[in-house]
Design a protein around this ligand. Structure first.
Ligand code: AMP
Length: 242
């Protein structure tokens, strides 16, 4: 799992009301990362306290909730046999809720990364227009650094890229960093801290809802939701969630 570079916003912490929602009514929109799941299970079973409410959004017309934030809490609690989780229900389509994406970047050998992407069946084509195409959502990713490449495709191809990067990071072949902002990745590239960044179009909230309704998921770290507040910590006993 890579490191996160979160943009510096001044988002206030707010006490929010939560309700208990059944885990089986929650729908994920991203694939899980095994390490994060294990870390959560270890933490919650160690302390016996659940301190971070899930963030959910009602799926229009269905008795279901989109998991906006909390995929690993949801999967972890289910694995432990729990039935429900304290949740904050968001007004998802209000302007207060923003959705951006994460940009994976790496420090390491471009040739090795391209080799592994190709081994996964992906095309990597040198293309000076790659970034514009990625921003328009015409390709799965642009790979941008000293040179610039198009990786054609859509969600399935994004999943393959994510898998390759995750594996190479675990194997120690690359240093993987997820940027909340492209500009931060560019600054770090100029300083030589990272070599290449993968650029894609951020999904819209409509895209996310449609995907969930179809029962599909994005690759990990595809969405980056930003709220006008950070929910304050809560103090709920794990045993009360069964
Ligand atoms: P996710 O559910 O995908 O947001 O990932 C797991 C999250 O669980 C991390 O953001 C952790 O901050 C959080 N976490 C870790 N330990 C606990 C706990 N005991 N209760 C609630 N949340 C936790």
């Amino acid at each position: 799992m890579g490191v996160e570079k979160v943009p510096k916003y001044n988002i206030p912490i707010k006490k929010v009301d939560y309700v208990f929602i059944e885990l089986e009514k929650m729908k994920p929109h991203e694939q899980l990362v095994q390490k994060e799941l294990e870390a959560f299970i270890e933490s919650v079973t160690g302390s016996g306290i659940f301190w971070k409410a899930m963030l959910l959004a009602k799926v229009p017309g269905e008795d279901l909730y989109l998991i906006v934030d909390g995929h690993h809490r949801w999967a972890g609690l289910q694995k432990l046999g729990a039935k429900k989780a304290p949740s904050v229900i968001l007004d998802y389509f209000s302007d207060d809720v923003k959705v951006y994406t994460w940009y994976p970047a790496f420090k390491g050998s471009l040739d090795r990364v391209i080799e592994r992407l190709k081994a996964e069946g992906l095309e990597v084509i040198e293309d000076p227009e790659a970034e514009e195409k990625a921003e328009r959502g015409e390709i799965a990713f642009a790979l941008v650094g000293e040179r610039s490449f198009s990786i054609p495709g859509a969600l399935d191809e994004q999943k393959k890229v994510s898998k390759v990067l995750d594996e190479m990071s675990v194997e120690g072949e690359i240093e993987l960093i997820y940027y909340g902002l492209k500009e931060d990745a560019r600054d770090d590239m100029a300083k030589g801290e990272v070599d290449y960044v993968f650029i894609r179009k951020a999904p819209t909230k409509e895209d996310v809802m449609e995907l969930v309704k179809r029962g599909e998921v994005y690759s990990p770290k595809t969405t980056r939701h930003v709220l006008p507040f950070i929910p304050d910590m809560i103090d709920v006993k794990l045993e009360d969630l069964f």
